[in-house]
Design a protein around this ligand. Sequence first.
Ligand SMILES: Nc1ncnc2c1ncn2[C@@H]1O[C@H](COP(=O)(O)OP(=O)(O)OP(=O)(O)O)[C@@H](O)[C@H]1O
Ligand SMILES: [Mg+2]
Length: 229
Amino acid sequence: MCMHICNYARMHINMKTLAIISQKGGVGKTTIATALAVAAESEGKLTAVFDLDPQASASFWHDTREAQTPAVVSIPPARLGHVLKAAAETGCQLAVIDAPPFAKDIAYEAAKNADFILIPTRPAVLDVMAMTRTLELVRHYARPSAVVLTFCPVQGREIADTEDAIAQLGADLAPVRIHNRVAFSRAQQTGLTAQEFEPAGKAALEIKHLYDYTCIQLFTGTSEIGSHD
Ligand SMILES: Nc1ncnc2c1ncn2[C@@H]1O[C@H](COP(=O)(O)OP(=O)(O)OP(=O)(O)O)[C@@H](O)[C@H]1O
Ligand SMILES: [Mg+2]
């Protein structure tokens, strides 16, 4: 399958791995994973999404998608390390791991293999509690990570409260808020991402900013893991 993903001459490239992890369900993990993967592909990075979720949402999204790229591969979590290594060897430049909710062991596996981790979190009390559990497991492997606020309302004190909670937990916060926007869900109905569905829309701009921030973390950082070679 990885030969299919990275059907290029074997080359020596340092692949980077981004994991999207949250123990809470429905916080936008798959939406962010697929949108960032499409953003990477559109700027010329050979990219693959590794779908660790038994619900296979990212894979279903790809099934409805006209474009073949980015590749989405549904794999058993136990094979992640091996599959990432193979992807790196065949020229993949960015691997995006879409982790499932409520699955601590799988989240550990994703965190272990990641160069950078995004933790999507809604600005709501129960989500902050779930974020705390996710932070614990992310810190187990001491990987760089940041919380990204999703489903943000346009106004309301929830955002400031959640940002305070994140600061108190000593977690980094991505300097980009993903708002609650219909473009995200409408795009998925036809296997698109928000930036493809509505290129000049606000959702597209948010994804661009999140992608730019993520690239800085992944490609200009000092992460040890990531060469996978
Ligand atoms: N920022 C957003 N604004 C509006 N709708 C969104 C946003 N992000 C995601 N959605 C929608 O919310 C639903 C859940 O999103 P998504 O599947 O990405 O979450 P998830 O964290 O991957 O869920 P799960 O935990 O089940 O894997 C989807 O229908 C998606 O289209
Ligand atoms: Mg998902």
